[in-house]
Design a protein around this ligand. Structure first.
Ligand SMILES: [Fe+2]
Length: 336
């Protein structure tokens, strides 16, 4: 058998009418040649689309200045626009990946919102409709965020965490001129007593796809940017944003930031692990004053376009070796 494989995607700026026409022509093409094409060549049924990718977290912190210094030195972020009330930090060209809000009344940092970009106005409209159909309240974007994108809205997840969804997030022409910095903010990790409700919300309303399950404990969900997970949801006794994961450019950079933490006394909550689900190697920084843990990783899996459409989520037992494949035995639960 001779094999020719094509994957078609439409640019975010594509005219929806034209994209619809192209889709029909592709369907007509496969119908025309049905006798000689195998069944994998039939176009995928149109599935609902989720957001494109994770862009930022908004964190209220008791000490704005100290948090900025921590994120600059220990995570490699660059401070951009800031006042005494708020600060934006970025890792790459996207406008920001962390928005800090001064909250002197707090003892610990607290994440109040997560932001996801959406690939097109068409998908944003579909998300808006699904939120309304689910009987949920459509909220406005935060006032400043309205000025940093083309269009969008917000919705509270079952835990009260605000999820902001928007198109055309503003971007810089160049990344920061910092050698050791993250190239992307990959995912938040949510811990929640409303586990099933949260999974229903993120999968059925927002259109995230399940990538893998640690049975009874954690589900990893992906967006259209095809990172293995752009969100993880863990069953827990209380709700909190457990960590935010940054992808570094290399393992060397992960180890250099680990050395900074070790030698300069920043707390490492969980040291080097090799994650089974996302195939990434990571460590976690945590000082509660600055918000959630910050996971710094290398080699986070990105699915191919074909895998993205066909991937079957694994069901893995809750064994430490299914979270860190380097753990030697089933009872090695320490140091997570
Ligand atoms: Fe993670």
């Amino acid at each position: 058998m001779t094999e020719h494989t094509f994957t078609f995607g439409f640019r975010p700026e594509a005219d929806p009418a034209q994209a619809g026409l192209a889709r029909e022509e592709l369907q007509a093409f496969t119908a025309r040649w049905a006798d000689i094409l195998d069944d994998r060549s039939v176009p995928m049924p149109t599935r609902q689309h989720g957001p494109y990718g994770f862009e930022y977290a908004r964190i209220e912190v008791p000490d704005l200045r100290a948090t900025i210094e921590f994120l600059e030195y220990h995570v490699g972020l660059q401070l951009e626009q800031h006042t005494d009330e708020y600060a934006y930090l970025r890792s790459d060209i996207e406008h920001h990946c962390i928005e800090l809000i001064a909250a002197p009344h707090r003892e610990d940092g607290w994440t109040t919102a997560i932001g996801y970009s959406v690939g097109s106005e068409e998908v944003l409209e579909q998300l808006h409709k699904r939120v309304l159909d689910a009987g949920l309240e459509v909220l406005e974007l935060q006032e400043r965020q309205k000025g940093l994108c083309a269009n969008g809205f917000a919705v509270a997840d079952p835990n009260g965490l605000i999820v902001e969804l928007f198109t055309e997030f503003h971007e810089y022409a160049e990344p920061p001129h910092i050698e050791i910095r993250p190239k992307d903010l990959v995912h938040p990790f949510l811990s929640t007593p409303k586990w099933q409700e949260s999974l229903d919300f993120y999968q059925n309303v927002l259109g995230f796809l399940a990538s893998d399950h640690v049975v009874g404990s954690t589900t990893f969900l992906r967006c259209e940017d095809r990172y293995h997970h752009s969100l993880a949801v863990q069953k827990n006794k209380e709700f909190f944003v457990g960590h935010l994961c940054f992808a570094m450019k290399s393992l060397d950079h992960v180890m250099r930031l680990r050395a900074r933490a070790l030698y300069k006394g920043a707390p490492i909550a969980s040291d080097i692990v090799n994650h089974s689900a996302s195939t990434s190697i990571a460590f976690y920084l945590h000082d509660t004053k600055f918000g959630p843990r910050f996971e710094l990783c290398d080699a986070h899996r990105v699915l191919t376009p074909e895998e993205h459409e066909t991937h079957r989520a694994r069901h893995m037992p809750a064994d430490p070796r299914n979270i860190d494949v380097w753990r030697p035995a089933a009872d090695d639960w320490g140091r997570f």
